[in-house]
Design a protein. Structure first.
Length: 224
């Protein structure tokens, strides 16, 4: 059994819905940011907590030195220790705090190059219109460059970037920190996960339909 054979009912709003996406490098950058948004937040929170603990240790050590009348310069092994304790650690704490809790403006090295390549894969010369059509079996994205069919079951979440809603395609594990620590880092791998823009109400229906189909597939598989 595959997703196209699923008995999950398709919402009426997803039958023969269509919209156009204007593609350029800016849109491609938003696609990449959408796919990495959850992972970026999770890693930012993890490193923020780690750096915050280091800052607390520095504060505790500083207080101890002051109370005991010790020389802080000697206790921290000179200028390197001073810079690390009072400049580097607090700076990293602020950086990861912004990454985790601040506005979603983060990027990564090579974003423009990756966005240019992605835009050119979607439409000729990287600028043009991508047409989207839904039916009972999934979503079809087409342009003069290529046509891609995405089953609902492959759509696992949504992300809002600069007010635009994106449907995330692939596997939810791609947003797992532990998954990337095992050697699948989203910021370093060549094949960046896919996302596409959709009207907010349709995006929610697409993801819910995909989750329902995935649940049914797992149920059927467990019975075989």
């Amino acid at each position: 059994m595959d997703a196209s054979d699923s008995e999950v009912s398709i919402p009426h709003s997803l039958l023969n819905a269509s919209w156009n996406i204007q593609v350029d490098e800016t849109y491609a950058q938003r696609m990449i940011r959408a796919h990495n948004k959850a992972y970026r937040r999770k890693t930012g929170k993890g490193y923020f907590v780690f750096c915050l603990l280091l800052d607390l240790l520095v504060v505790a050590g500083t207080i101890k030195c002051l109370v005991e009348g010790l020389n802080i310069f000697d206790a921290l092994n000179g200028f390197a220790g001073i810079i690390g304790a009072y400049i580097l650690f607090p700076g990293l704490t602020i950086f990861f705090g912004i990454l985790a809790f601040g506005p979603d403006k983060g990027s990564f090295f090579g974003l423009k190059r990756a966005a240019r390549q992605l835009a050119e894969e979607l439409v000729p010369n990287g600028v043009g219109t991508l047409s989207v059509q839904t039916d009972a079996s999934g979503i079809t994205l087409s342009s003069k460059a290529d046509t891609m069919h995405i089953p609902y079951v492959a759509c696992y979440s949504t992300a809002v970037i600069d007010g635009e809603t994106f449907v995330l395609v692939g596997n939810g594990e791609e947003q797992s920190v532990l998954y990337h620590m095992a050697g699948n880092n989203a910021y370093l791998r060549d094949n960046i996960g896919f996302a596409f823009a959709a009207p907010a109400e349709l995006a929610a229906s697409i993801v819910e339909t995909g989750k329902a189909q995935l649940s049914e597939l797992k149920t059927v598989s467990s019975k075989e």
